[in-house]
Structure formats: structure tokens, C-alpha cells
Design a protein around this ligand. Structure first.
Ligand SMILES: [Zn+2]
Length: 76
């Protein structure tokens, strides 16, 4: 993974509010997805995560892949 945007550039692109950034996103993604799938308020647990996923295609893709993986695990 090497396609990250610097925070300053992201800020120029639009007022998206708080954004955790790729490092935190990567660290918290497991927990975030588990909370989401449990019906909990994942955004409250990791503020800024939603904004980051909306603004970062790489992490959004990772997020979707993890949801598919966890959902598959849970059903099996
Ligand atoms: Zn990212």
C-alpha cells in the first residue's frame, strides 16, 4: 500500500471533518468492522473513521474486503 494522500492535500479537497488517517484506520479497521456487523455505533468508537473511508479509496476497499471476510466467518 503506497497510495496515501498527505493530510494537507486531503484538506484542500473538501471539508470532510475529522479524518483518522490511514495509519489509525489500518489499526482500528478490525474493531470498526466488528462493531458495524454487531450493529453497534462503530463511528462513535472510532470517530473520523467514516470520513476517512469515504475519502480514501484504498481503505474503503480494505473495509469492504474485511466486512466480507468477517461476515463469511460469522456465518460459517
Ligand atoms: Zn486510508
Amino acid at each position: 500500500m503506497s497510495g496515501r494522500l498527505p493530510g494537507e492535500l486531503r484538506r484542500l479537497l473538501g471539508p470532510t471533518g475529522p479524518d483518522v488517517g490511514c495509519d489509525v484506520c489500518f489499526d482500528e479497521l478490525d474493531r470498526y468492522v466488528e462493531l458495524e456487523l454487531a450493529g453497534a455505533d462503530a463511528e462513535a468508537a472510532v470517530p473520523g473513521m467514516r470520513a476517512h473511508l469515504e475519502g480514501c479509496p484504498a481503505c474503503a476497499e480494505e473495509h469492504e474486503a474485511l466486512i466480507a471476510l468477517v461476515a463469511h466467518d460469522a456465518s460459517g
